[in-house]
Design a protein around this ligand. Structure first.
Ligand code: SF4
Length: 153
C-alpha cells in the first residue's frame, strides 16, 4: 500500500516557480495536444515553436526546453523552463502541460515518504496547507502517468 494511504499528505502551492527549475530534469514533458494549445495561446508560428522551444525525446515524446542563464551555465546547472517570463512566472499558465499541473503528485515523488519530504527542499508547498484527499492524489498521479496521451480539460 502506498505510504500516503496511511500518512496524510499536505500541499499548498505558493507559486514560487521552483518546480519550473530543472533540478535533475532536462525538459518539461508534454504531448502534441498540449503543444497545439500552447502554440495557439502564444500566437506563435508552429514551426518556430517546435524549433525554438521543444526537444524531441528518444522515446518519440516531446519536452519543453530548459534555458540556462549565465550563472546556471557557469555552474553547469540545468536551468529553468524556457516558458518562464522575465518575472520568473509561467507565461503559458492557463495551458501548461499535465506534467506541471500534476506536480508534485508524480509517481517518482510519491514512491516513499522520504522522497516526498526530500522534494520539499525544492517545493516549499510540500507539507503546507490542507491535507489532500487520497482520491485526489491518486487522480493526479494517474494523470501524470498518462501525460503523453491525456488531453487537458
Ligand atoms: S515549487 Fe511547489 S510551491 Fe513552488 S510553484 Fe512549484 S508546486 Fe508551487
Amino acid at each position: 500500500m502506498a505510504f500516503y494511504h496511511t500518512t496524510p499528505l499536505r500541499f499548498k502551492c505558493t507559486q514560487c516557480s521552483q518546480c519550473c527549475y530543472g533540478g535533475k530534469y532536462a525538459y518539461v514533458r508534454t504531448n502534441p495536444k498540449e503543444i497545439e494549445r500552447i502554440i495557439d495561446y502564444m500566437g506563435i508560428d508552429s514551426e518556430c515553436f517546435k524549433n525554438d522551444y521543444l526537444v524531441k525525446l528518444v522515446d518519440h515524446g516531446y519536452g519543453i526546453r530548459m534555458k540556462r542563464n549565465l550563472s546556471q551555465t557557469l555552474t553547469k546547472k540545468k536551468g529553468h523552463c524556457i516558458l518562464l517570463n522575465k518575472e520568473g512566472k509561467c507565461s503559458v499558465y492557463p495551458v501548461r502541460p499535465t506534467q506541471c499541473r500534476t506536480y508534485p503528485f508524480w509517481p517518482e515523488i510519491l514512491i516513499s515518504e522520504d522522497k516526498w519530504n526530500k522534494e520539499g527542499v525544492r517545493c516549499e508547498g510540500i507539507n503546507q496547507g490542507d491535507v489532500i484527499e487520497i482520491d485526489d492524489i491518486e487522480e493526479q498521479k494517474q494523470r501524470s502517468i498518462n501525460a503523453d496521451i491525456v488531453i487537458n480539460e
